[in-house]
Design a protein around this ligand. Structure first.
Ligand code: ADP
Ligand code: MG
Length: 474
């Protein structure tokens, strides 16, 4: 006899639902906390929600023109692009991917940057350029934490994602790239360093003819928005002629002190076994890398309470990160009757997860769908907290009158793009937080090719800042 206190399926699922439900007062307290941490990060260096000034002092309007190079160093690939902006919110892009070997990722930093310069050179040889300028301007999307001090200057804080060139931290990555280009006599100037979230904002503002906020819901989550320069108190260079600057919030670090977030035992388990425990708990409750893992922990708990799959799991379900967020999307999209022997949910459980067919009842199918709904809904509602707080922060909740066309928000990432009902659930929570009027003002669009087009627009901004004599630095 198993020594498990008997509970009914209904009791077990209800207990989960209660822990994951974010009612209106709770949402409001989270939003208030968000506001506090926005102000704190804008005034202080080294905050958990870092509020990093980007030195990008405005957003595109869609009329920008010109041809720029973009370099994107993210995870596994290095991407070189040439982006031709045609001044009508549209662009053409040529691009090539280059593999970054493990040796380059962990060897001397000059080897890595020489390789990047060579890749740019190869790209120009293979594709030529349509630019007529003497020197090509390049925007550099570098998706690692940097302390930026000008649009074209930023020092690496530390590596992430498997990179570890030991002599790089503390160095200016723009200078490293420029030196490598100069050594090879390549006529390219790295004029802007752009975080990928900032790039998404610039790209969406260009395509949608203005945008104020961007949000990423992919592997991780992050947001950027256009802030009033006077509110960025930690920026000592408040120059009279500059009114705004794009801030990279790093909102994945929201409330790492856990003063407001209702962290469940399942979140704690996910966090404790993650690469960086006690870090980015908000992100771990929202983004693609972790949602499946939270759901997996809940499913295992129900199995251990003997209310699911007759108490049987599978090798993959027992494996950390074995239940991908994409499977939750498939399960949530499933409209078939739970008794169907070929429903997408059953297919995921049997064919993908390796649960034995004979252990799965129709009630189990319903329970699995419910668990995905509960975990996915909480993620969407937490995401709404970030968006609502940013709407409040930028003074954009109230309608501006009959011709009000709202606030354009560029979003990117597989979760917002593919997870069923994500936006609808987010909007439900937005209505609770900023009212129907405020929610209607949030105009969501997908920011396409953010890192390439965003970097090109960063380079264009830098050129403009130089030409107008309004270069900002600290
Ligand atoms: P990145 O963040 O690296 O730019 P994506 O935006 O594609 O990449 O996000 C990848 C994350 O999204 C992964 O964690 C993956 O589990 C998750 N994901 C992939 N496909 C889907 C899907 N159909 N529905 C929900 N999440 C997905
Ligand atoms: Mg992405």
């Amino acid at each position: 006899m198993p020594a498990v206190p008997p509970v009914s399926r209904q009791q077990a699922v209800q207990a989960i639902e209660e822990q994951f439900t974010l009612d209106k007062p709770l949402l409001e307290s989270l939003s208030a906390r968000f506001q506090e941490l926005y102000d704190y990060g804008l005034a202080n260096h080294g905050a958990e929600m870092q509020m990093i000034p980007s030195f990008v002092t405005g957003v595109p309007t869609g009329t920008e023109k010109g041809t720029y190079l973009a370099l994107d160093l993210g995870g596994t690939n290095l991407r070189v692009c040439e982006v031709a902006l045609d001044g009508n919110g549209t662009f053409t892009i040529k691009q090539e991917k280059y593999k970054v070997s493990d040796q380059l990722k962990t060897g001397p930093v000059n080897d890595l940057f020489n390789y990047m310069a060579t890749s740019i050179d190869n790209f120009l040889t293979d594709f030529g350029t349509t630019s007529t300028e003497d020197v090509l301007h390049l925007g550099f999307t570098f998706s690692f934490p940097v302390e930026q001090s000008a649009i074209d200057r930023g020092h690496l804080i530390h590596w992430t994602k498997g990179f570890n060139c030991p002599d790089a931290p503390g160095k200016d990555v723009v200078q490293l790239l420029q030196d490598a280009l100069d050594r090879k006599h390549i006529k390219v100037k790295c004029s802007a360093l752009v975080n990928d979230t900032v790039g998404a904002l610039l790209a969406h503002a260009y395509a949608a003819k203005g945008a104020l906020i961007s949000a990423i819901f992919g592997t991780g989550t992050n947001g950027a928005y256009l802030e009033d320069i006077r509110k960025i108190k930690k920026l000592k260079t408040a120059e009279g002629s500059i009114s705004h600057m794009v801030v990279n919030t790093e909102w994945g670090g929201f409330d790492d002190e856990r003063k407001a977030l209702p962290v469940t035992i399942f979140d704690n388990k996910v966090d404790r076994e993650s690469i960086r425990p006690r870090n980015h708990i908000f992100e771990k409750m929202i983004s693609g890398m972790y949602l499946g893992e939270v759901a997996r922990c809940v499913l295992l708990h129900l199995i251990d309470q003997l209310v699911l799959f007759q108490g049987f799991s599978s090798k993959l379900l027992n494996t950390q990160y074995g239940f991908d967020t994409a499977y939750m999307s498939a399960i949530e999209a499933d409209k078939e009757d739970a008794t169907s022997t070929s429903s997408p949910t059953r297919t995921v459980l049997v064919a993908t997860m390796g649960i034995k067919e004979e252990h799965i009842s129709a009630e189990d199918i319903e329970t699995v769908r419910t668990v995905c709904r509960i975990v996915g809904t909480r993620a969407a509602r937490l995401s709404a907290v970030a968006i609502a707080a940013t709407m409040v922060q930028t003074g954009n909740v109230q309608s501006t009158g009959p011709n009000d066309d709202g606030v354009k928000v560029g979003m990117d990432g597989s979760v917002i793009e593919y997870y069923p009902h994500f936006e609808e659930r987010m909007r439900g929570a937005l209505r609770e937080l900023i009212g129907e009027e405020g929610e209607k003002r949030v105009k969501i669009g997908l920011a396409k090719d953010g890192s390439g087009v965003g970097a090109a627009l960063g380079a264009l901004q830098a050129a403009k800042q130089l030409a107008s004599g309004h270069r900002v630095e600290v």
